[in-house]
Ligand binder design. Structure first.
Ligand code: SIN
Length: 196
């Protein structure tokens, strides 16, 4: 099921008259930068783990065959690496539309790779949103991701671009990399079957 969070995010405000806001991205916001920004810096947030637990009915799947995209789930002591962008508040008009399928903006502290900190915002799809799919065994996650396609492209591409971007930043994420390995293995098994 899909859900539209645009109105809730607009009502939430959270800018308090600021002219520039830090946004922390940990999924497609790391590699699909279709918005203007003033600064872009590798960063991380503590206490959250990245998981392919959010359904995608609008980007990497459809209402009938949802894909899976990442959200953050509470995980004390876990550090989630991503990318921070310094943006003007008007950029949220675009971002709220892009992230409308269940993601709400929350305030967070982020730590830049240089060690300094800033307060900013992060989009999180919490487990009470209608598009939340929750945990599933890795083979199931991989099969669903390998099959799903939506208006923004294949779910496979979302996964592989995320894994590549994390590697390019010198970061690792066991959950993302394990699903990537499984999707690639499924594909090479499929290719071998076709060849044979
Ligand atoms: C994010 O990238 O920060 C949110 C999830 C997504 O758009 O993939």
């Amino acid at each position: 099921m899909s859900v539209n969070t645009i109105a809730a995010n607009r009502a939430g405000g959270l800018f308090h008259g600021q002219e520039q806001v830090w946004l922390f991205g940990y999924g497609s916001l790391i590699y699909k930068v279709d918005f203007p920004y003033l600064e872009r810096r590798p960063a991380s947030i503590r206490g959250w783990a990245r998981r392919f637990w959010q359904g995608s009915h609008d980007h990497r799947g459809t209402p009938d065959t949802p894909g899976r995209v990442v959200t953050l789930v509470p995980a004390p002591e876990t550090v989630c690496a991503g990318m921070a962008y310094l943006i003007g508040p008007e950029v949220f008009d675009h971002l709220d539309c892009r992230e409308k399928n269940g993601y709400l903006r929350f305030s967070t502290e982020m730590t830049f790779s240089t060690g300094d900190h800033a307060q900013g915002l992060v989009y999180i799809a919490t487990e009470d949103n209608a598009a939340f799919l929750g945990p599933a065994p890795e083979p199931e996650l991989a099969t669903q991701i390998a099959r799903s396609v939506g208006p923004s492209g294949s779910n496979r591409e979302y996964l592989l671009l995320l894994a590549e971007s994390l590697r390019a930043m010198g970061e690792s994420d066991p959950h993302v990399f394990a699903i990537e390995r499984r999707v690639l293995a499924l594909e090479s098994r499929g290719a071998r079957r076709q060849a044979g």
